[in-house]
Design a protein around this ligand. Structure first.
Ligand code: GRF
Length: 215
């Protein structure tokens, strides 16, 4: 098995990064985490990555006068290390079409909502304001449009009466930590692949169950 070389791009604490690093420790996981990259030198995730023996690099976007020159530095660092595939995990910089096209089909993101609902920020608070009864997270391929792109996997959680945005965020985050490693595994072992702008799955689905909220 050839393991795909993954770079995880972060800006913060990196809890999704940790879940990917832990999954990739398993010898049968089809990917290895070769690099963690942050646009913020103070991102807590950098130390967490180093503690796991992974190269962790800060490329401070503030040191670059344009978005393009920052992204060229990112791209060069990724290519120098023969990175095959990028996982965005709480990376808080909008990427230009140039960068996205360069990594088209080789970059995924995790977003804390059931896309296409609640693109952008403050997703949990907005879900509560709208009164939805289920919420969740999505792993999707990255396209130039923000929080759009072919969906690889989603996980659903109930919204519980009395929830605060913090409570709901914690419930979603627990699912993110399961979903992201599963989705990356499916992409890297070929069970989920891009075809004509959609994700197709090598294995069929059984459609027996349904999720209802309230239960
Ligand atoms: C997660 O909620 C993720 O869905 C979003 O940013 C957050 C990152 O959290 N894109 P962490 O840094 O992985 O803990």
């Amino acid at each position: 098995m050839t393991r795909r070389r993954i770079a995880i791009l972060i800006s913060g604490r990196g809890s999704n990064m940790v879940s990917l690093i832990e999954a990739a420790c398993c010898p049968d996981y089809p990917a290895e985490i070769a690099l963690v990259l942050s646009n913020r030198p103070d991102a807590g995730g950098l130390e967490r990555a180093r503690a796991s023996g992974i190269e962790a690099l800060a490329i401070d976007h503030k040191a670059y006068s344009t978005r393009e020159s920052f992204e060229q530095a990112l791209d060069a660092a990724l290519r120098e290390r023969d990175i095959d595939f990028i996982c965005l995990a709480g990376f808080m910089r909008v990427l230009t079409p140039w960068f996205v096209e360069r990594w088209a089909g080789r970059m995924v993101n995790i977003h804390p909502s059931l896309l296409p609902l609640f693109r952008g920020t403050h997703t949990h608070q907005r879900a509560l304001e709208e009164g939805v009864l289920v919420h969740g997270c999505t792993v999707h391929f990255v396209v130039p449009e923000l929080d759009a792109g072919p969906i690889v996997a989603q996980a659903v959680v109930p919204v519980v009466p009395g929830d605060t945005d913090h409570m709901l965020a914690a419930r979603v985050l627990a699912q993110e930590h399961v979903l992201y490693p599963q989705a990356l595994r499916m992409i890297c072992d070929g069970r989920a692949r891009l075809e004509g702008g959609r994700v197709v799955f090598a294995e069929g689905w059984s459609a027996e169950g349904s999720l209802r909220s309230p239960g």
